[in-house]
Design a protein around this ligand. Sequence first.
Ligand SMILES: Nc1ncnc2c1ncn2[C@@H]1O[C@H](COP(=O)(O)OP(=O)(O)OP(=O)(O)O)[C@@H](O)[C@H]1O
Ligand SMILES: [Mg+2]
Length: 317
Amino acid sequence: MEAPTYSSKQVAEMLGVSPKEIPEGMRKDVYGPDDIWELRTTLDRFPPRVGHRRQLFLNFKGGTGKTSLSTSYAWRLAELGYAVLLIDLDSQGHATKCLGYEGDEFEKTLLDVLVRKTPLVQVIQKSSLPNLDFVPSNLSMSTMDLALMPMAGREFKLRNALKDVEAQYDFIIFDAPPSFGLLNLNALMAANDLFVPVLADFLSFHGLKLLFETVQSLEEDLNHVLDHVYIVVNAFNATFKLAKEALEALQTHYPEYLLPTIIRQCTKFAQASSEGRPVFVADPTSKGATDIQAMLDNVLPRLVAGAAAKNGATHAG
Ligand SMILES: Nc1ncnc2c1ncn2[C@@H]1O[C@H](COP(=O)(O)OP(=O)(O)OP(=O)(O)O)[C@@H](O)[C@H]1O
Ligand SMILES: [Mg+2]
């Protein structure tokens, strides 16, 4: 994918300044990602700290929007100035594709890291945004669960592998495959926060029950407690009676987890992924982009508040 370009209005909005505050010598007709990074550094406009969050997009059910949501969420976080690492855990390599790359282009994946002890830094790739890196995936990743099976400490491989790099990133975002196995268990063990994209249909309920049981057994058996679990309704179409009923059922059964912001069905979103472009590049005014931004507006303040509380607690001793 070619590097995206931005208008001065978009740049000002991303930096949280008025267009007039862009220094005259740095003004352009169109800006590239590196120009924005330079402006951000010059104006010292960085977003509020969130600590170092590791966030997993997972649902054992297929096709609920894990990849669409995780990649556009990660992309937008980077546009807003956070240092982000997106890790593609799925051998389908869809997150890799959504950033505009083919998984086959890459010789090494997370398989080399978790199974063959290759340091994670050696598989991290640069994207077209200076502060968004990614770990690609391809079909070779499909042997991961089998390869992990006989290993000692097999649930902790990913968490341990991240130790070398986690201080460099505000966010590490994982796009999980739709399966129930050791790699996803590793992902859960490595995550602080879990996003569960669901479709507003009743089939999605079965998957949710299994997921919540797994999260609970993680707490009981492996002593790992997630800080936040967010259910995100995706591809919502309010003209379908069944979708409205399913949403009401989610509100009844999972009120404490359900995010109030919903991602609407959006053709541009689907089209963008198939073209290997994040929706914020394809059409930043689309419903998909607007709704991911609304989701961020809801979630980020909670993370900032959480980080501040943690800092306060640390300083208080
Ligand atoms: N909000 C949306 N509006 C319209 N189409 C969407 C939306 N979200 C996702 N899609 C489309 O639905 C399909 C499945 O989405 P996606 O690949 O993100 O799901 P997934 O959960 O990652 O799937 P898998 O389980 O195979 O990894 C894709 O074709 C995608 O473009
Ligand atoms: Mg996917």
